[in-house]
Design a protein around this ligand. Structure first.
Ligand SMILES: *Cc1c(COP(=O)(O)O)cnc(C)c1O
Length: 387
């Protein structure tokens, strides 16, 4: 039996491969410490779970949800945007609920990309930007994020003919995997380019709330005129330890939001209403959650940064996300160093090249592991490097 070419062309999903490798090592009886995937170890705050239980009891929530999302949830998103970013959104036209932002990002390419269209995807970057593009028949091109440019794309070095043919670009700040943040000025520059070259901006803001040392990430929609060219993807996964719940949303340009809603009408039928009610509660109490959540990650970040410093690897403490993007010691490449750590220390890190070829020279460590495990992993890494 043959599957479709579009499926055959897909590279295996990065973390599916890593999971298999971990399983193999475990079968050999080794204790493996996993700093690979970015999936919060802490539980969802109990008030959110309680709200889900309460709403799950109500028969009216057992029926098909609305395609675009529960109106009250979209309204809660608009209220949250106004409080958080000072951005006013129309919940009817400028907000759509998503079954996690991954779903929205993957489907978004279907809304705006015709076969053969060029899409620029941050590299290193979240793999779904490229994969969604490929599934829609578009041509993904890399938008390199290089250390010498502080992991921001350098558009001045991008050929003008390519920008002219570009239909869509995917950017993401605070950034996974580099943990770089972007200023409002950077977003202004991208919006200007989008207007000049007539392309669409998809900004992935999954890590807006995970930040340290007083830093708060901006929304691209704070830029004047952004709404004419941009859509922003958001998720409750990282902020509220809700990766398994599958709830996110997209906001911004009404036409783009409408198009995404149309896909959803035809492909899925929205998110379980009880989960959206729990989401309303979560968004309303964001500050309360962040107050205990952020210090946990900040402490882990500092632990990793100082352990690395002891073995001569200097990294600036990231200001946002729960990742540390680590330059590999000389003599290693990205995959080689990840394999070395797995073999010699029993620690899983993600090779930078798993996020695209411009991730070469780096590995990513995720801080979503209990403190004790993280401490053990870091001392094993120190030991392996000191040998
Ligand atoms: C985790 C993540 C997402 C997806 O989160 P969902 O659980 O699908 O909402 C999107 N973008 C980036 C960069 C991520 O790291």
């Amino acid at each position: 039996m043959e599957v479709a070419t579009r499926i055959k062309k897909l590279p295996p999903y990065l973390f599916a491969q890593i999971e298999q490798k971990i399983a193999e090592e475990k079968q050999k009886g080794r204790e493996i410490l996993d700093l690979g995937i970015g999936d919060p170890d802490l539980p969802t705050p109990s008030f959110i779970i309680e709200k889900l239980c309460e709403e799950a009891q109500k028969p009216q929530n057992h029926r098909y949800p609305s395609y675009r999302g529960l109106y009250r949830f979209r309204e809660a998103v608009a209220e949250w945007y106004l409080r958080r970013f000072g951005v006013k959104l129309d919940p009817e036209r400028e907000v759509v609920s998503l079954i996690g932002s991954k779903e929205g990002i993957a489907h978004f390419a279907w809304c705006v990309v015709d076969p053969g269209d060029i899409v620029l995807a941050s590299d290193p970057g979240y793999p779904v930007y490229k994969i969604g593009t490929m599934l829609a028949g578009g041509i993904p091109l890399e938008l390199p994020l290089l250390p010498e440019n502080d992991f921001l794309p350098d558009f001045s070095r991008f050929p003008q003919e390519v920008l002219e043919k570009t239909r869509l670009i995917f950017i993401n700040y605070p950034n996974n995997p580099t943990s770089q943040v972007a200023s409002l000025d950077f977003f202004k520059e991208v919006v200007e380019l989008a207007r000049r070259y007539n392309f669409i901006i998809a900004h992935d803001l999954a890590y807006s709330e995970i930040s340290f040392d007083g830093y708060r990430a901006p929304s691209i929609l704070e830029v004047e005129g952004a709404r004419e060219v941009a859509i922003e993807f958001h998720s409750l996964s990282k902020t509220f330890n809700m990766t398994g719940w599958r709830i996110g949303f997209a906001v911004g340009n009404a036409k783009l939001v409408e198009a995404l809603g149309r896909i959803k009408t035809n492909v899925d039928s929205g998110i379980f209403n009880a989960i959206q009610w729990a989401g309303v509660e979560a968004l309303a109490r964001t500050e309360e959650v962040l107050k205990w959540l952020l210090p946990v990650y900040q402490k882990r970040r500092d632990l990793v940064v100082s352990a690395l410093s002891r073995v001569g690897i200097e990294v600036k403490p990231p200001r946002a996300t729960f990742y540390v993007w680590i330059p590999v010691p000389s003599g290693f490449d990205s995959l080689g160093f990840a394999n070395f750590l797995l073999d010699k220390a029993g620690v899983v890190v993600t090779p930078g090249t798993g996020f695209g070829r411009y991730g070469e020279g780096f590995v990513r460590v995720s801080l979503t592991t209990p403190d004790a495990v993280l401490e053990r992993a870091m001392s094993r890494i120190e030991e392996a490097l000191n040998q």
